[in-house]
Write a protein that binds this ligand. Structure first.
Ligand code: OXD
Ligand code: MN
Length: 580
């Protein structure tokens, strides 16, 4: 079946040669050399950062392109109001035109890969065809790929991913075709066709396209959850360990949180994954999560030994950096990496840069790619085929006002409502207006492969007898005071909020019931010097703010029409009534 499909795609794309990727070390070195020869990869100084490379993209191919991302299912209603829909037959017609001959003069790589632990009943296989060796090099770090995945393909059906940078024969460091971008998903036939971009989630189809958009439709059919969530383990001073999953929009600090260095004595965090969780109900009624990925594709700016020690340790070797700056001694740099910037560097645009330039040396959505196994606090059970039991799930956006530091849902339904009501100030991870507030339910707005109203109903349907439902929480690290200063220090200090949630799961905290959820009576603030009044502000129920929030939410929810579950309407009414 694989052979036939590969031949069919080759006949369409007309590559010069076909390379079935094995995943071996020799092959990886060969691909790296090829990327160096084409100037896509700049080798970094091996004494500073062994076996690591810098890539610079084309200046207009730097982020996910949500307005060029399509869900192609037979009925528009199934894509819903938050997705771009195209009829599958019409889209295939467009794609056939674009893909005809698109790999002329290039090699077509065939990359078998497995999302999730090898041998896990919860894992799913796919094959990506791509004409980008940069994509192959990244997928080697981010997925379990090559021969090990090929062996499994005979046992499992596979998702078909086809990607082209859309620039036949062009010999440039970063080929792309941004005038003809199509990131197209066909949930009914489980295919992904991506054309024109070589960057991030547009091209690494394992990540957002498969593990979220296609997987969410699979999960809906089969009764599980494919979510934009990190997974972390927390151990308390008594040695009790609990796993939490957490969902935040892109570039809101998920990687930092997943690798948190605790500032509270005796409390420890270990990382299972930083971006995607697949969760299933086990026979004993627990919700178990696997990380389908095997590597990190993290946002670089803001990452430093102070803010995320473990990420910095992870990228000390064997890493790919994209769109960061190159220092004069052959290392990488990005805004926030060191307190003092280098006196001179080459910017992500390949130009001379100094602190006086007045521009960013690294693109705000610049990234590092590295294998999970290099993370010093990787959870020993991160690769467990049976997944890990989830005690709590928390959600959070980037909000400078209204939303408190932490609260616990009053019930499962209320938790689903809180997550559906998520909104966040936009970041550079996607093309769009940075800082603008947008609704991003469950942080899945760009990643849900079907009607968001049906997605809410799917979450509500998880509440069934015999299941040990995780507790749901909502956090906001980004609250600001009237002068625009952050009220909460964030980073390692977030352990104080994690501690409260951990103990709330065990029923060991004092909490106050409010219309917007249970709020802490106190947090462990020992050794932390918050500004006077900051905690009160962080935990206050801002009635005026909530009035606005509730009315805005009602109009947002209205777009889902009859697809909006009654339970969410009721929850909206409850909050509205309570704050009025
Ligand atoms: C990511 C994103 O790359 O969410 O993880 O954009
Ligand atoms: Mn993400």
């Amino acid at each position: 079946m694989l052979n036939e499909w590969v031949q069919q795609i080759a006949a369409l794309c007309q590559p010069d040669s076909i390379h079935l990727v094995t995943g071996s070390d020799e092959e990886a070195r060969m691909i790296e050399q090829e990327l160096v020869a084409s100037k896509t990869f700049i080798p970094l100084n091996p004494e500073k950062r062994p076996n690591s490379f810098l890539a610079r993209s084309a200046p207009d191919d730097v982020a996910r392109v949500e307005d060029r991302t399509f869900i192609c299912c037979s009925k528009q209603e199934d894509a819903g109001p938050t997705n771009n829909w195209k009829d599958p037959v019409e889209m295939k017609g467009i794609l056939n035109g674009l893909f005809t001959g698109c790999m002329k003069g290039r090699t077509m790589y065939v990359v078998p890969f497995c999302m999730g632990p090898l041998g896990s009943p919860y894992s799913h296989c796919a094959v990506q065809i791509t004409d980008s060796p940069y994509v192959v090099a990244n997928m080697r770090l981010m997925t379990r790929m090559g021969d090990q995945a090929l062996k499994l393909l005979n046992e499992k059906a596979f998702v078909k991913c086809i990607h082209s940078v859309g620039m036949p024969e062009a010999n440039v460091p970063w080929p792309c075709n941004t005038k003809n971008l199509y990131i197209s998903h066909f949930p009914e036939s489980e295919e992904i066709w991506s054309f024109g971009s070589g960057y991030g989630g547009n091209a690494l189809l394992n990540k957002k396209s498969f593990a979220l958009r296609i997987a969410s439709t699979k999960a809906r059919r089969e009764g599980w959850l494919a979510e934009h969530m990190l997974i972390l383990g927390i151990t308390n001073p008594e040695g009790v360990k609990r796993y939490f999953a957490a969902s935040f929009p892109s570039a809101c600090g998920k990687t930092n949180l997943a690798m948190l260095t605790s500032t509270l004595k005796g409390w420890k965090v270990e990382c299972v994954g930083d971006d995607i969780a697949w969760m299933y109900w086990a026979d004993d009624g627990t919700l178990r999560a696997i990380n389908p990925e095997a590597g990190f594709f993290g946002v670089a700016p803001g990452t430093s030994y102070d803010t995320n020690y473990n990420a910095m340790k992870s990228v000390e070797k064997n890493a790919i950096f994209t769109n960061v700056a190159l220092t004069d001694d052959g290392d990488v740099w990005w805004e926030g990496m060191t307190k003092t910037p280098p006196e001179h560097a080459i910017s992500w645009l390949g130009e001379d840069w100094t602190p006086a330039s007045g521009t960013k040396a690294a693109h705000p959505n610049s990234r590092f790619t590295v294998s999970s196994t290099q993370c010093p606090i990787l959870d020993p059970a991160w690769d467990a085929p049976s997944g890990l039991p989830i005690s709590g799930i928390f959600f959070g956006g980037r909000r400078s006002s209204t939303i408190p530091l932490v609260r616990q849902a009053l019930s499962w339904k209320h938790g689903v409502f809180m997550a559906a009501a998520m909104s966040s100030e936009m970041t550079a991870a996607a093309k769009g207006e940075v800082g603008k507030l947008r609704h991003d339910p469950f942080a899945m707005l760009p990643f849900c492969g079907y009607n968001m109203g049906d997605y809410f109903a799917h979450w509500l349907s998880m509440e069934q007898s015999g299941r040990k439902l995780p507790e749901i929480f909502y956090v906001n690290w980004f609250r600001k005071d009237a002068s625009g200063k952050f009220l909460w220090p964030g980073f390692g200090e977030n352990i104080r909020v994690l501690k409260w949630m951990f103990e709330a799961v065990e029923g060991k905290v004092n909490r106050v019931k409010t219309p917007i959820g249970y709020m802490p009576e106190a947090l462990d603030l020992e050794g932390l010097h918050l500004a006077p009044g900051a905690l009160e502000e962080l935990l206050a129920v801002d009635k005026e703010g909530w009035k606005k929030e509730a009315s805005d939410l009602a109009s947002y929810f209205a777009q889902f029409g009859s697809k909006l579950p009654e339970d969410l309407k009721k929850e909206t009414d409850n909050v509205t009534r309570a704050v009025l």
